[in-house]
Design a binder for this molecule. Sequence first.
Ligand SMILES: [Zn+2]
Length: 339
Amino acid sequence: MNHFGGLGICGSEKPKKDCGEFELVHKESFEIDHTDKIELRGNFPVRVLGGSILVFLKNIIENHLEKVQHELDSLKNQGKMNFIANKERVQIVAEIDKNGISIYENYCQFLWSLPYSLISINDECFKKPMLNKSFKGQLERNVFFHKGIYSFNFGVNLTKAFSLFPSFVLPNPLKYDIVDQYYIEKANSIFSSGMAFSILHELGHLYYCHLDAQKMLKQHEHDADEYALSMILAAPLDKVHLESYKYGALISLLSIIFIDDSLSGGEEHPHPIDRIRFLLEQMKLDDQNDLWGMAALGFALWGQYYRKDYGFPKEMETFKELFEYIGKRVDDHLVYGNL
Ligand SMILES: [Zn+2]
């Protein structure tokens, strides 16, 4: 099980907003509308992706059936997925017990907001200015920044309190304008990959019989992460899909940092920075790979949300260097309680 509980989520933490001059404007028409495709009941637009999560999971599992059959057989309903839509704040990522695999709609909506905001902000406010040599150590505050931050704030606020989806003007996978299609569809694919990673991680706990252990150990989490990633890396995926699964694995682990201002994994889990370092190292990325930059940006957005002074270095050669810079500051935060 992978509960958020025990990590000291602060229920009274006030949602914070920093959206500059960007205004949400009501619109009457949407060029892309998937409302007729919803199979699942729920509260959030993300439920339209329920089927997509299964497809992304099956893509991996089908190549390892002999490895996972025993685990799936041990579940009463053979790995059928329960999709739980409650009106509570996010508390659970995914669970496996005798009733099968359960995933939670509130967590899904929160998770979806991460790739949407990270990819659009990374591309439009960080990478493009950096490649143009116009980056000044601060994210460029253009329209993508504001849409991304709105989406991000709504998602992260769900870890503090339940609230209804405010309006379809906020980027979402159910109804959207064609101008938002590129980043929304990218987010859909990374989100579905991320949920597949979370479920594979849970299967990893089953595979190693961690649920029978008297105490969950930090090593169990690394083992389950490695199990999930090795299944992905061994699957015959084309380049585009493999990238999506790698991003998915990253956002699945990144999601953990946003639930509070500690950056800590609590008593039972390793620190998220250590899990993310381990994951990215296993992927054998080159130093200029976007995933390093995305991971660094994730921690920077955490800093923005929790009002911790983070900041980027004004100059850096590679995305890996940026990640290492941020990682060092996270380590200091964990040791000294500040950045
Ligand atoms: Zn776990």
